[in-house]
Design a binder for this molecule. Structure first.
Ligand code: PMP
Length: 362
C-alpha cells in the first residue's frame, strides 16, 4: 500500500479543495445515494441529479443570502465565456457599458466588451502597475450606461476592492477568485459570476447570480445557447451540464454550511492573510505588490530583491512541500493563493519557510 502525501497547496486555480469533501466524493464515487451508479454516470434529467442541482442552488442561496429576485445558474465555458456573453446580453445596440481596469482579468473582460460595442474604461490602474483598486471619488460613471463591470479580486495582481462602488447602472462583478470568501450584500449587484475552480469546486463550471429583470434584457439576435434566459428557464439543464462539477459545488457548499458559512470562512481567511502580510511587512527583504488598502485576502503577491531569489524561493518551497507559489507567468514574482480550503496550518508552514528563507538569504 502506498502512503498518501498531500502537499500544502497554494495553487491559483484549479486549487485546493477541502479534504472532507474529497473524501465524501471518494466514498460516493462508485455508488451515489443508493442509485447503483456514480454521479458521472447518471442522467442529468433524472430525479437524483435534479436534486443535486437544486440542493447546490439552495446551499448557494443560503450561504450568500440571495433573494428570489435573483436566478442562480451553472454555466459552461468558465468565467471567460462570461466576459463575452455579458456585453452580448446586457448592452443593447447603441448603449455604452462602463468597465474598471484593475488588472489582467478586468482587462480580458474589457477586450471582449470592445469587440462587441461601445466600452468605456472609466478608470485604469495600469500606469500604477495594477497595485490598487480605485477610490470611490475617482470613478465617473457614464450616464445611462447599460452596466458597470468590475473584477472584485484580481487573481494575478493580488488586489481587491475594499468597498464596492455605488452605481446607478447594474453593477456586475467577476468574483472568480473570492466568491464566498467574505460576506457581501448581493443586493448591491446586478450580476455576480465566478469560475468554480478556486473556492467552490472543480474547473469547467461558472456560477452566475443574476437579477431576474436583467435576464429579460437580451436582444433577439443573441444565439440561444449564449442567452441567460435559455439557461434560467431550464434551471441550468438546457443541455448536458457539467454534472460532476455541479455535484462538487453541492459537496463544497454542504461543507461550508456545516463549518459556519461565509462569516466563518471570512474570519479564517482574514487571519491567514494577516499572517502572510505580517511577514511581508516585517523587513525590506519582502516587497509586497498590493497597496495596503487593496490587499487581497485570497491571492497574496510579492517580489524579492531579484528574480534569481524568486526562482530559488519557489524551487526550495516546492521541495519543502509548499506548491504553487510561483507568480503568474505574465507578471512573475511570487504568489500564495489561500482560498477557503487552504488551512491556517498550510499558511503557518509557509510563514515558517519564509522566515527561514530570509534568515539564509536576507
Ligand atoms: N476571472 C478571474 C478573476 C480569474 O482568476 C479567472 C481564472 N483564473 C478567470 C476570470 C477565467 O476563468 P476561467 O478559466 O474559468 O475561464
Amino acid at each position: 500500500m502506498t502512503t498518501m502525501t498531500r502537499i500544502h497547496n497554494f495553487n491559483a486555480g484549479p486549487a485546493a479543495l477541502p479534504l472532507p469533501v474529497l473524501q465524501r466524493a471518494q466514498a460516493e464515487l462508485l455508488e451515489y445515494n443508493a442509485q447503483g451508479m456514480s454521479v458521472m454516470e447518471m442522467s442529468h434529467r433524472g430525479k437524483a441529479f435534479e436534486a443535486i442541482v437544486n440542493d447546490a442552488i439552495a446551499n448557494i442561496r443560503a450561504l450568500m443570502g440571495i433573494s428570489d429576485d435573483y436566478a442562480v445558474l451553472f454555466l459552461q465555458g468558465g468565467a471567460s465565456l462570461q466576459f463575452a456573453t455579458i456585453p452580448m446580453n446586457l448592452r443593447r445596440p447603441g448603449e455604452v457599458a462602463d468597465y474598471v481596469d484593475t488588472g489582467s482579468w478586468a482587462s480580458k473582460a474589457i477586450k471582449e466588451g470592445k469587440i462587441q460595442g461601445e466600452t468605456n474604461v472609466i478608470w485604469s490602474g495600469k500606469a500604477e502597475n495594477y497595485t490598487r483598486a480605485p477610490r470611490p471619488e475617482e470613478l465617473a460613471f457614464t450616464p445611462g450606461a447599460a452596466y458597470v463591470h468590475i473584477c472584485s479580486n484580481e487573481t494575478i495582481g493580488g488586489i481587491r476592492w475594499p468597498v464596492f462602488p455605488k452605481t446607478e447602472a447594474p453593477l456586475i462583478a467577476d468574483m472568480s477568485s473570492e466568491i464566498m470568501s467574505r460576506v457581501i450584500d448581493v443586493n448591491r449587484f446586478g450580476m455576480i459570476y465566478a469560475g468554480a475552480q478556486k473556492n467552490i469546486g472543480p474547473s469547467g463550471l461558472a456560477l452566475v447570480i443574476m437579477r431576474k429583470d436583467l435576464i429579460a434584457r437580451t436582444p433577439d439576435t443573441v444565439p440561444i445557447f449564449l442567452r441567460y434566459d435559455t439557461h434560467a428557464e431550464e434551471n441550468s439543464l438546457y443541455n448536458t451540464p457539467n454534472t460532476w462539477g455541479i455535484y462538487f459545488v453541492k459537496l463544497v457548499t454542504d461543507y461550508m454550511l456545516e463549518q459556519g458559512g461565509v462569516p466563518e470562512f471570512q474570519k479564517r481567511n482574514e487571519a491567514k492573510a494577516a499572517a502572510l502580510y505580517d511577514v511581508l511587512d516585517s523587513s525590506a527583504f519582502w516587497k509586497p505588490h498590493a497597496a495596503k488598502d487593496s490587499r487581497s485576502i485570497m491571492n497574496v503577491t510579492w517580489r524579492l530583491p531579484n528574480e534569481e531569489l524568486e526562482a530559488q524561493f519557489a524551487g526550495e518551497a516546492k521541495k519543502a512541500g509548499l506548491e504553487g507559489l510561483k507568480g503568474h507567468r505574465s507578471v512573475g514574482g511570487l504568489r500564495a493563493s489561500i482560498y477557503n480550503a487552504v488551512s491556517m496550518e498550510d499558511v503557518q508552514a509557509l510563514v515558517a519557510f519564509m522566515k527561514e528563507f530570509e534568515r539564509k538569504n536576507g
